[in-house]
Design a protein around this ligand. Structure first.
Ligand code: ARG
Length: 619
């Protein structure tokens, strides 16, 4: 079987997203054209456009490795090629050291003045150097829990990762359309509606649909298994539901409303941006399913096999090379998951006008999506210039390294897990900050507890598995949410001590795309930066990379890169703060260090906001 689990096939169709409307030049942006120009000047017009092969360097800030591939083409020793490039290289005002090393690497060391200027530019820029990209329309399918079922930790992860991607892509200038494809249709709804009617709206048992969906489901299931008469009624209810019987639809909607209240409680506890307006559940596509099947059949793309309507795709074969069918209409005439997903992709392309479509869904569904999209491409519903990506979500494991489903033998309830996280954070806050009023401590505990869970989810690659361990997530040391929040709060406290306002908070939470001017003159933070100490230099250079890291997250759809960047930023700030006194410094040095601190705070807060992690003002 080819293509299973692989996301490469569709990656090849990637569009160019490098079209940038405006952003601050990074060291790379400045040095790449300079090296290219030197190559052309040294070896003639034929060599214009040669790749400067700029890479991070161990011995300098960047190194240009172009001399090695060029040496072959020129038939010249690489060191000599490097010498000729350097002779033509004009990096005045950017680098203060250019050296040839090894076989012909050109090591480039940025001048402290250039770095200081870049930092100042970043402080002036309301977007902190994050580019505004040419806008794409990007529907993102994420969260997608199932009605009358408990959300599980897998849903937690798609919700958290999807929301971080939505926030980041929006901040980069894209039009994100959130699509919450909830499971709100299918045969179980006959049984669920019938049970709901029997216990009566408003009853204790009916309330379970909202407070303990699994218990509600289990009760319905038990009746179904135990009473032939109930099972009969449940089946008749499915038929009535599918036929659009108004009364049945009414009760189905009532049940749905209970589930939505449950989802919304989880969403608001998590602080994710999904609202009812983003719901586009399976049922939304009901009216299209027959037409999809008819069209595929009429065009010879689907054939009846053993009574079921199937699409056979050459590239998907199982054992012994037998083709695996994509079943789009079951032999009993019902439609399943594959057909609704053909509808989702068709709708997102033709109605939403998508340039790029993301499905943030569990990794085991990779083959399903590959087959659905291959079919949609054949049918012409998914043109080549629309990119579709399965952002694969890895498993969340328990301490036994198996998929986390139960705790102490009891089915896991997501809400209880979130509440436990908040309660543990509360213990910490109560101990650390007895001076704060009750309400403030409760709010910090919520931000820290939820931030810890979200950050743990985001800081590992979205397609790898991780062990759910609240104690580790809540640790104040290591790459955790609380550590990052604490790092930001600590910088804030420096400003409190200094009596200076560090500037406005982050932009880019739900829907907001206006940049806050962090490190601006508001409240007196100066922008003029002077770099002398190595720790200042390292911090400044890292700060300047923020914009390109955010762009990479949007491009590769990997929030963990932003976590890694922020973690390193916190560490660099710590070293800076240890070796470079801020409050005790004087004059222009103090001003410059305050400017670096303000920018660090701005980047930490903005970065965490893009991840959907809140930052308490103090901890
Ligand atoms: N409801 C599904 C589940 O719980 C996820 C749906 C994902 N989205 C989609 N378009 N198939 O596994």
């Amino acid at each position: 079987m080819r293509g299973a689990g692989g996301r490469t096939a569709y990656r090849e169709l990637r569009l160019s997203r490098v079209d940038i409307l405006g952003r601050m030049p990074s060291p790379h942006d400045v040095l790449a054209p300079a090296v290219s120009a030197a190559i052309a000047a040294a070896f003639g017009e034929d060599y214009r456009g040669a790749d400067p092969v700029l890479r991070p360097s161990q011995f300098a800030d960047l190194q240009a490795n172009a001399a090695l591939p060029l040496a072959k083409r020129l038939g010249m020793p690489p060191r000599q090629v490097a010498e000729r490039i350097v002779a033509e290289l004009d990096v005045t005002g950017v680098c203060d050291r250019v050296e040839i090393s090894g076989p012909g690497f050109v090591n480039l060391t940025l001048s402290n003045e250039w770095i200081a200027g870049a930092v100042e530019g970043m402080a002036r820029d309301g977007r902190l150097g994050v580019p505004l990209q040419v806008q794409q329309v990007i529907p993102i399918d994420y969260s997608a829990p199932n009605v009358a079922k408990e959300m599980h930790v897998g849903h937690l992860r798609t919700t958290v990762v999807g929301d971080a991607l939505a926030r980041t892509l929006e901040h980069l200038g894209h039009r994100v359309i959130r699509q919450n494809h909830i499971g709100d249709w299918g045969t179980p709804f006959g049984m669920l509606v019938e049970h709901f009617l029997e216990v009566g709206e408003g009853s204790q048992e009916a309330r379970l649909a909202e407070t303990d969906p699994n218990a509600f489901y289990a009760a319905a299931r038990e009746k179904f298994d135990q009473s032939a008469e109930f099972a009969e009624r449940a089946r008749a209810r499915v038929v009535a539901l599918q036929a659009g019987d108004p009364e049945t639809l009414h009760w189905w909607e009532t049940l749905l409303a209970a589930s939505k209240r449950y989802f919304n409680r989880i969403y608001s506890t998590l602080g994710v941006t999904l609202t009812d307006a983003d719901l586009a559940g399976e049922s939304t596509y009901n009216a299209e399913l027959a037409g999809i099947c008819a069209e595929l059949e009429a065009r010879g793309l689907a054939v009846v096999s053993d009574g079921a309507l199937c699409v056979f795709l050459d590239e998907f074969t199982g054992r012994e090379g037998k083709p695996v069918p994509l079943i789009i209409r079951k032999s009993d005439g019902g439609y399943g998951y594959a057909t609704t997903d053909l509808a989702t992709i068709r709708y997102r392309v033709s109605q939403l006008g998508a340039d790029r479509v993301l499905y943030v869904v569990g990794a085991p569904q990779a083959l399903h999506f590959q087959m659905v999209w291959a079919t949609a491409r054949l049918a012409g519903w998914l043109p080549d210039d629309v990119e579709v990506v399965h952002v694969q979500i890895g498993n969340v494991l328990g301490p036994d390294k198996k998929i986390l489903r139960t705790r102490e033998g009891v089915a896991l309830k997501l809400m209880a897990l979130l509440e436990e996280g908040i309660a543990k954070a509360r213990d910490y806050v109560d101990a650390a900050r007895p001076d704060l009023p009750e309400q403030a401590r409760a709010e910090i505990a919520r931000q820290v507890g939820i931030g810890a869970i979200k950050y743990a989810d985001l800081s590992v690659a979205h397609d790898s598995a991780y062990v759910f361990d609240l104690d580790r997530m809540l640790s104040l040391t290591g790459d955790t949410g609380p550590y990052m929040q604490y790092a930001a709060a600590r910088v804030r406290s420096i400003f409190r001590s200094a009596g200076v306002d560090p500037g406005a908070g982050p932009a880019g939470s739900a829907g907001a795309d206006s940049g806050a001017e962090v490190g601006a003159d508001s409240g007196g933070v100066p922008r003029s930066v002077v770099i002398t100490e190595p720790a200042e230099r390292a911090l400044a250079l890292h700060l300047v990379a923020f914009g390109s890291v955010v762009a990479q997250v949007g491009d590769a759809l990997e929030p963990h890169r932003l976590c890694g960047y922020l973690y390193e930023l916190a560490a660099l700030f710590s070293s800076f703060y240890e070796s470079c006194p801020v409050l005790k410094a004087e004059g222009s040095v103090r001003k410059s260090r305050l400017a670096l601190a303000a920018l660090t705070l701005g980047v930490l807060e903005q970065g965490l906001a893009l991840l959907g992690v809140e930052t308490p003002q103090e901890m």
